[in-house]
Ligand binder design. Structure first.
Ligand SMILES: NC(=O)c1ccc[n+]([C@@H]2O[C@H](COP(=O)([O-])OP(=O)(O)OC[C@H]3O[C@@H](n4cnc5c(N)ncnc54)[C@H](OP(=O)(O)O)[C@@H]3O)[C@@H](O)[C@H]2O)c1
Length: 240
């Protein structure tokens, strides 16, 4: 069956590109691949489009174009930032909190996904199971925070998790079969984690394609009762 339709926002990223690559074999015949700088994506059914999470007009325009192509069965928001040269690095202490850096982290990790939800969740199919997942991070769990630091990133993901809970409630009113969830992909070998991989134990660093496989398996297994939740790559429930 190749009649399902998916949209990946952040299809240029480590995990996002790996997710996109797996979709044709999972029955997705139309794959909208959102990137800041769209490029051709090899493979059947790919439709690259431009989207910048810090530019609301680009989100709205992209959603209008995709709406014209028909309803979505799967939406994945795989964008995010943890560090960026020269202006963003995760704070080791509160003395390193800077307004501009924190605003940028929230703009990309929280406000951008919220606006994607505004314009893209209404594109999910209403008459059948439809899933939207937002890539979050374990460090966004407030209950799980024993190390401190990484204040902006942690808080931006904690806020994303809170938003996802609210989005799920609205999505349920439109379609009782919908699932909207936040997912932790594991620690994954991508540009985002590269500077922080030293302390990661062997066997605990996934390739992007391992993580993508796990994430799609979790997205397949979640049901309407799970909507609004926060789940790890193995399907375990994460505390908020
Ligand atoms: N890697 C890990 O170990 C890990 C662990 C926990 C959670 N996560 C989460 O998983 C998600 C994916 O991370 P990743 O490891 O795949 O990171 P990545 O390889 O750095 O990819 C990040 C993606 O976000 C996109 N992006 C950044 N700013 C954007 C903007 N303003 N507008 C549109 N797109 C933007 C990037 O686009 P460009 O290519 O244009 O820059 C890229 O596609 C993130 O939410 C991250 O927080 C990752």
């Amino acid at each position: 069956m190749t009649d399902k339709s998916a949209c990946i926002i952040g299809a240029s990223g480590g995990i996002g590109s790996a997710l996109a690559a797996l979709l044709p074999a999972r029955g997705y015949g139309r794959i909208h691949a959102g990137m800041r700088s769209p490029r051709t994506v090899a493979g059947p059914g790919f439709r690259p489009f431009a989207i910048d999470l810090c530019d609301t007009a680009s989100i709205e325009t992209a959603a209008a174009d995709i709406a014209a192509a028909g309803p979505l069965d799967l939406l994945v928001v795989a964008t995010g930032v943890l560090h960026r040269e020269p202006d963003i690095r995760p704070e080791r202490s509160l003395k390193q909190i800077e307004r501009d850096a924190m605003e940028t982290v929230f703009s990309i990790n929280t406000i951008g996904p919220a606006l994607v939800a505004r314009y893209f969740l209404p594109l999910l199919a209403r008459d059948r199971r439809a899933v939207a997942v937002f890539l979050s991070a374990r460090v966004g769990s407030i209950a799980d925070n024993r190390l401190g630091g990484w204040h902006s990133y942690r808080a931006s993901k904690a806020a994303l998790n809170a938003l996802v809970r609210g989005f799920a409630i609205e999505a349920r009113a439109r379609n009782g079969q919908s699932v909207v969830a936040a997912l932790h992909p594991g620690t994954v070998d991508t540009g985002l984690s590269k500077p922080f991989q030293r302390g990661v134990r062997a066997g605990q660093l996934f390739t992007a394609s391992q993580s993508a496989r796990h994430l799609l398996d979790v997205a397949d297994r979640l049901g309407p009762d799970d909507s609004g939740g926060f789940f790890a790559w193995d399907g375990s429930v994460m505390p908020f």
